[in-house]
Design a binder for this molecule. Structure first.
Ligand SMILES: Cc1cc2nc3c(=O)[nH]c(=O)nc-3n(C[C@H](O)[C@H](O)[C@H](O)COP(=O)(O)O)c2cc1C
Length: 170
């Protein structure tokens, strides 16, 4: 799933997805290394409750997608499942990894997009749209009061378009 990864477009042939922190002991990392492929699935707010169940349904022999009430379907160009209910699926091939620091069990992973599928209701902003309450999520992780250290409960962040501002840089 995606809600905090980052993306660097460098021409249509080089759309690179960076997962900043992947646990090398988890099954996502291990199946990625075996198959050299995966799909990034973009959830929207209406299915968030089911998506977070994938975290608990995480045993190596469990199909975490169906066990969480979601639907697994075959990707078109890579050997990996994608999640039908997610409005955007980026089919990826493994590019490189780099451990976060020497000896870390976590790695930054770069993937190259080879196929992108988006629900047509979402890419049309005049219909469901990909920005706003029906579209992209961004994980707001443990908002913390900087003075007291108290953390507050959080929901997923929603990405709204701002007012256009011309890029006059001088
Ligand atoms: C709603 C939601 C959004 C997520 N967003 C990301 C993300 O942006 N980047 C990421 O590396 N993992 C993300 N994850 C975690 C992955 O889905 C997955 O749990 C993680 O890659 C570890 O996989 P594993 O525990 O199955 O090995 C998200 C999980 C959920 C439930």
């Amino acid at each position: 799933m995606h809600s905090w990864s980052s993306f660097a477009g460098s021409g249509a042939d080089n759309f690179i997805c960076i997962l900043g922190k992947v646990n090398k002991d988890g099954h996502m990392y291990q199946s990625l290394k075996e198959t050299k492929a995966c799909v990034l699935n973009f959830p929207s707010n209406d299915i968030y409750d089911r998506c977070i169940k994938t975290i608990g349904n995480n045993q190596f022999e469990t199909d975490e997608i169906t066990a969480s009430g979601l639907t697994a379907e075959a990707a078109l160009k890579v050997n990996a499942p994608r999640i039908k209910e997610c409005f955007l699926n980026i089919e990826c091939e493994f590019l490189w990894e780099h451990e976060l620091f020497e000896g870390s069990r976590e790695a930054a992973v770069a993937l190259k997009a080879v196929n992108i599928c988006m629900d047509s209701e979402r890419y049309d902003q005049s219909r469901l749209g990909r920005y706003g309450k029906n579209g992209f999520l961004f994980q707001i992780d443990q908002p913390t009061n900087p003075e007291t250290g108290e953390t507050t409960p959080f929901g997923p962040g929603i990405v709204e378009q701002g007012k256009p501002v011309p890029w006059i840089t001088e």
